[in-house]
Design a protein. Structure first.
Length: 479
């Protein structure tokens, strides 16, 4: 018998920031327990390290260059069928609670009902960030991306996460009382640990700022960022906007506190699932849309191809799921495929996408190719990542590439691209990337689509006024 499926997606959760992933101090007991009774995919990736394109790819199982939803001003509308539509066509009840970051609740995006959904601001999103050319973009100065205040307290996001959690708990109770015994699918979208970096005092206090280790590869200690990364970061240099060193440390403490806050909410959701009698008949998947640099290389937020940003947590537990760790590299697109196949249907996903439960039962395949791309805020050209075996290849249109040996150098400390001994592996990985897409062609297509969007909305000056300057506002919670 097909089990129910609960999919929980957080926002900006760094893959390594879990106890079960070996983090030395972050506290995530509920995620650890979930991993302890299921499969943790130790090498999972986002198809694009920024919210809206990643979520459109998750909805459809297709890469950003296939959806042509390139950035945070191009939200999913339901126009490309995804796993939600496949479930609806198959008669499976499918609903959402919380953050979607799609265009509008009026779109047919694949859910029978959307409860307190967070959509892009104004139905258009960050249009100003679609202006990417260095000589055209304007750096917004009136506010900083991470939020005006950093530290202990409450924000609209912590309020929203509690509302999402409470609504999920009620949903399970209502479903149990409904008398409808059909297998169901529920998607729950939480926002933590996404900025603003504000978290209730008790969670902030778990991570005394002075006790936190210094991030690696800081430019102040002599590290030189890749030229593409330098230009990307220059659009919104969060590191340069901290008031002082104490606030920078508080930002780290708040992020880790928000990670434990996320874990607490996930624990409450899973507890309610059990209380409603669904624990033994529900497959649970947990993931995030992308990670966070969290000060590494002097970078904050997402938007890069380094592991902190592009790697994501992925846990799946439930009936028939093996218990342990799976080291085969996987993608968020594999979860898209999984949701559809779990209910006996399928989607037109990107080539190579496979159900996670199948991957978990098979021998480890370390050479499985994983792909990610970025065409959004701050990117002066397209960036592409290809992971194969121990190697990770970052391709920047118009810039020199990067190559990392993640087997010997999991922290990506040494770029091996200039090493003549790596010439053959560089050629092999570039050929594999070009087998997925033509980087120059996709770069041009993204810029053309973004230019057309800006023109359609009234031109550059009009575009500069459209969209949130920082975190997307959550919906009103007033009844």
């Amino acid at each position: 018998m097909t089990s129910n499926m609960l999919v929980i997606m957080s926002d900006e959760h760094q893959a390594r920031a879990m106890g079960c992933a070996g983090h030395p101090f972050v506290q995530t007991p509920h995620l650890d327990a979930l991993a302890g009774r299921g499969t943790r995919f130790a090498d999972a990736y986002t198809p694009s390290p920024i919210c809206v394109p990643a979520r459109a790819s998750f909805a459809t199982g297709r890469y950003a260059h296939q959806t042509r939803l390139w950035d945070n001003a191009m939200p999913y509308t339901g126009g490309i069928p995804g796993w939600g539509h496949a479930l609806q066509e198959n008669g499976v009840p499918v609903e959402s609670i919380g953050k979607l970051h799609y265009r509008s609740k009026d779109d047919r995006a694949g859910f029978d009902a959307e409860h307190i959904p967070m959509m892009v601001a104004g139905g258009v999103g960050m249009v100003w960030a679609s202006i990417r050319k260095e000589n055209e973009r304007i750096i917004p100065q009136e506010s900083r991306m991470l939020g005006d205040y950093i530290g202990p307290g409450y924000s609209k996001y912590t309020e929203y996460d509690r509302a999402v959690t409470d609504r999920a708990r009620q949903w399970f109770a209502d479903r149990a009382a409904s008398g409808d015994d059909r297998p169901w699918c529920l998607y729950v979208g939480l926002v933590a640990p996404h900025f603003p970096l504000v978290v209730p005092q008790e969670y902030f206090d778990l991570y005394p700022p002075d006790s936190l280790p210094e991030p690696k590869l800081h430019p102040n200690t002599g590290y030189t960022r890749h030229p593409w990364v330098e230009k990307q970061n220059a659009m919104m240099d969060s590191e340069a906007m901290f008031k002082d060193e104490a606030e920078r440390k508080s930002a780290m403490a708040a992020y880790y506190g928000l990670t434990t806050w996320l874990d607490k909410n996930l624990g409450d959701i899973l507890s309610a699932l059990e209380q409603a009698g669904f624990a033994d008949t529900t497959t649970v998947a947990y993931t995030s849309d992308h990670g966070d640099n969290l000060g590494a290389r002097g970078l904050w937020g997402k938007s890069t191809l380094y592991q902190e940003s592009v790697s994501i947590p992925m846990i799946m537990a439930g009936p028939d799921m093996p218990v342990g760790t799976c080291d085969t590299p996987v993608s968020l697109l594999d979860l898209s495929k999984t949701i559809a196949t779990h209910f006996g249907t399928d989607i037109d996903a990107a080539d190579g996408s496979r159900a996670l439960d199948q991957i978990a039962r098979e021998p480890i395949n370390p050479h499985r190719v994983i792909f990610s791309e970025y065409h959004a805020a701050g990117a002066v050209s397209a960036a592409f990542m290809l992971r194969k075996g121990r190697w990770k290849y970052n391709h920047f249109v118009g810039f020199d590439p990067e190559l990392f040996d993640l087997g010997a150098d999991p922290e990506e400390l040494a770029n091996l691209a200039p090493d003549p001994k790596c010439a053959s592996i560089m050629s092999e990985l570039e050929a594999a990337l070009r087998g997925i897409c033509d980087p120059e062609k996709m770069d041009a297509l993204a810029f053309a689509d973004q230019r057309a969007l800006i023109d359609r909305l009234g031109g550059r000056d009009a575009a500069m006024a459209l969209g949130a300057r920082g975190a997307t506002p959550p919906p009103s919670l007033k009844q």
